[in-house]
Ligand binder design. Structure first.
Ligand code: MN
Length: 317
């Protein structure tokens, strides 16, 4: 190790507790079907990895080819608390409607961010006349304690910053990286980016050693120190990493999330992120009783999803 490397290691050790025990891991995502033939791979939360930074939920859905007569995605009106939902598409379109009166069609390259805060409800569906391929990701970001009771909000961004690093075209979806910042509102240190790999080769991407990271593969595959990673696996890098190194045998598309380790213990149940079981029981009861806390998705033509009975809840730590 050179003198400079030694100094750098010392520096990281001072800034990042445990940085020298940096580790990588890979985890199998859970596969589910959302109905209508739409397959999802749930990369968070997993039994062995509940969070990556503030990201507590990471679904990769599709790809699914749809005819106009197919149902596609149709998630009826349902509530959220204590989180932000982030929707990003590779193909297709989804119509978002919420209790604030927002009605927004999202297309690939655009971003929907809904801040649930104290309470909101929304529906998500493929438009009636939709024909083609549906493929994307949905993330949930846990709000820190000081922000989780805030007023709900919805943002749509038509354009996001993009930077090129070697053969990688990187879109900054959430947070900031490489001197660029996403226009979306974030409440804790975090980043999410789509990484388009344009050609075969060995690739490198600078990381913030103060963040931990998770990467999923949306198209094709990558080779890492944990072997070959394809769709359906979460690749994890702890704090202390300054570089994400991987190779591909051709073009590929990846999605990376990261952030400062979320120190608060959260409880997740159904569509709620809270700190205590009582908060979750209260939110469930209020939703099922049509309480004004969650408003009403007036424009959605279907019914509403009922909150299931609150069962055992596994804490995030
Ligand atoms: Mn939702």
């Amino acid at each position: 190790m050179s003198k400079m490397d030694e100094e750098r290691e010392e520096q990281i050790k001072r800034c990042v507790p445990g940085a020298l025990e940096r580790e990588t891991a890979s985890y199998e995502a859970k596969e589910k079907e959302l109905g209508g033939g739409l397959k999802i791979r749930r990369a968070l939360p997993l039994a062995k990895r509940r969070l990556v930074g503030p990201f507590c939920f990471l679904d990769h859905f599709g790809p699914l080819d749809l005819e106009p007569s197919d149902e596609g995605m149709d998630v009826a009106s349902h509530p959220h608390i204590g989180l932000q939902t982030v929707t990003w598409l590779i193909n297709g379109s989804i119509l978002h409607r919420d209790s604030l009166g927002s009605e927004q069609l999202i297309r690939p390259g655009q971003l929907n961010v809904m801040t649930a805060g104290h309470g909101i409800s929304h529906s998500e569906e493929t438009p009636d006349d939709f024909e083609g391929n549906l493929h994307g990701v949905q993330l949930w970001v846990a709000l820190p304690d000081g922000e989780r009771h805030r007023e709900p909000a919805f943002e749509h961004h038509k354009q996001l910053p993009c930077v090129t690093r070697g053969a990688l075209d990187v879109t900054i979806v959430v947070g900031r990286a490489f001197g660029e910042a996403s226009p979306s509102t974030a409440y804790s240190p975090q980043v999410a980016m789509e990484i388009m790999v344009n050609e075969a080769g060995a690739h490198q991407l600078e990381l913030d050693p103060l963040f931990e990271y998770g990467v999923i593969v949306l198209e094709e595959s990558m080779e890492t120190d944990r072997g070959k990673i394809g769709a359906g696996t979460l690749y994890y890098m702890s704090t202390g990493h300054e570089c994400f190194e991987f190779t591909t045998s051709g073009a590929a598309r990846l999605f990376l999330v990261g952030g400062a380790v979320f120190e608060e213990e959260i409880l997740m149940f159904w569509n709620f992120v809270a700190r205590t079981r009582d908060e979750i029981v209260e939110a469930s009861d209020q939703w099922n009783a049509n309480h004004e806390r969650f408003g009403e998705v007036k424009a959605y033509p279907g019914g509403r999803l009922n909150a299931p009975e609150v069962g055992p809840i596994r804490p995030s730590k």
